[in-house]
Write a protein that binds this ligand. Structure first.
Ligand SMILES: C=C(O[C@@H]1C=C(C(=O)O)C=C[C@H]1O)C(=O)O
Length: 115
């Protein structure tokens, strides 16, 4: 598919608006939180799709250490290039990837029971 490329071009909050008070800053933070969560929900859809494809290919295990490590390492490097502190992105993505695989496995096990 080709439409995955356009998803990364959704650049909002390009410059940090000059907020005069804490309320204004927190509104921006709340808005960004919703965007992060929306993207995580979209990400989880693809993770679960990966699980369906694994089952079709007779792979019963969601967790793939090589791929997980690659995702975490690539994220950490990108985070650093964006100015995030060392180790920040790695910590966040380790949780995302572990919890995603956990959810993917749950879905895969349910599909197996239904069959
Ligand atoms: C989505 C996958 O399944 C798991 C979840 C991953 C993720 O959240 O990025 C990566 C590898 C697997 O542990 C995959 O294999 O690509």
């Amino acid at each position: 598919c080709s439409d995955h490329e356009s998803a990364s071009n959704n650049i909002k909050h390009e410059k940090t608006e000059k907020c005069e008070d804490l309320n204004c800053v927190r509104k921006h933070i709340d808005e960004i939180n919703k965007e992060i969560i929306s993207l995580l929900a979209k990400r989880m859809e693809y993770v679960n799709l990966a699980g369906e494809i694994k089952l079709k290919n007779n792979i019963a295990t969601a967790y793939d250490k090589k791929r997980s490590d690659h995702v975490v390492d690539t994220a950490e490097e990108f985070g650093k290039s964006k100015g995030l502190p060392e180790g920040f992105t790695k910590s966040v993505f380790q949780v995302i990837v572990d919890k995603s695989a956990e959810n993917e496995q749950k879905n895969m096990d349910q599909v197996k029971v239904k069959k």
